[in-house]
Design a protein around this ligand. Structure first.
Ligand code: G
Ligand code: G
Ligand code: MN
Ligand code: NA
Length: 254
């Protein structure tokens, strides 16, 4: 309860922050996009982790405001970077299943793009393979509405959830993000490696691009590049960082 009050205040007073982790083209080494990750250093509660922030928000009716704060902050930061000349950089924003399911998301996204003047093509929404996602016919419709705005959709943590081939066939997705557990094991476990290869070829055969997350060493990066994985993200390449640190990284690398 106290945490919920503090969170509401933090949203209103803009004292939450986003950190940014670059997503690189594995072929060119250039930054193609940046994933926005929620951070909260509360004066009374110390560091509160994103999964807890989201849980508190959902339990106390703050999920919408939190989602809109994240979208607005990420999109206006990206618009600022675009104005600095870092085009065509994109931003990835995580969307929790409850927000994805409730039918308001396309309206919120449209409003935020208008307010922040960010071009729709620069926004990528990451959704997870939560079971509830697949239970309604509304999912495909929501995705169609979002795609009609001109934004992209990525399926996050792919391989750990519940999506089937039929979902991949029917849903309008632009990207698959290979879950970091496969990446972690691919150099030592041939079965993990073969799954990674299969996910890459599956995605490409459906005209989707593939992002590997959780790249933690050079061997993983090299192997993924060799397998034709399009994009990569992970501590080996860059850790999530503040907007200021990200600006410096962009100056050096974009
Ligand atoms: O940044 P970190 O690795 O600690 O994130 C932990 C989890 O929280 C990840 O599953 C990530 O997707 C999720 N997460 C981080 N930021 C956000 C956000 O702004 N919205 C939602 N829904 N999830 C987020
Ligand atoms: O669920 P999602 O994929 O959005 O989670 C992203 C989370 O992964 C973030 O919390 C981020 O801090 C974390 N992360 C980013 N790179 C790495 C990495 O190389 N290794 C590990 N273990 N976590 C990572
Ligand atoms: Mn993500
Ligand atoms: Na992920």
């Amino acid at each position: 309860q106290k945490l919920a009050v503090a969170l509401q205040t933090a949203i209103e007073q803009d004292t939450l922050t986003l950190h940014y982790q670059p997503i690189y083209s594995l072929a060119t080494g250039k930054i193609e996009s940046i994933e926005a990750l929620l951070r909260w250093q509360s004066v009374e509660h110390g560091t509160v982790y994103p999964l807890e922030i989201i849980a508190v928000a959902e339990q106390h009716g703050l999920a919408h405001r939190l989602n809109e704060w994240v979208l607005h902050t990420a999109c206006s930061q990206l618009h600022f970077w675009h104005q600095r000349g870092y085009k065509p950089l994109k931003v990835n924003v995580n969307i929790s299943p409850s927000i994805f399911m409730d039918g308001e998301l396309a309206n919120t996204v449209r409003r935020v793009l208008q307010q922040t003047q960010l071009s729709a093509a620069a926004l990528v929404l990451e959704i997870t393979e939560d079971t509830s996602l697949w239970d309604t016919a509304g999912s495909a419709e929501t995705l169609e509405q979002l795609r009609a705005l001109g934004i992209e959709i990525a399926l996050d943590d792919f391989g750990t959830g519940y999506s089937s081939f039929s979902h991949l066939r029917q849903l309008p997705l632009n990207k698959l993000k290979i879950d970091k557990s496969f990446v972690a094991d691919m150099v030592t476990d041939v079965r993990a490696l073969n799954l990674v290869k299969t996910i890459i070829s599956l995605a490409h055969s459906l005209d989707m691009r593939v992002v590997a997350e959780g790249i933690e060493d050079a061997a993983q990066q090299d192997k993924l590049a060799q397998l034709g994985c399009d994009l990569g993200q992970g501590y080996w390449l860059a850790r999530p960082m503040s907007a200021t640190a990200m600006s410096e990284e962009l100056m050096a690398k974009a």
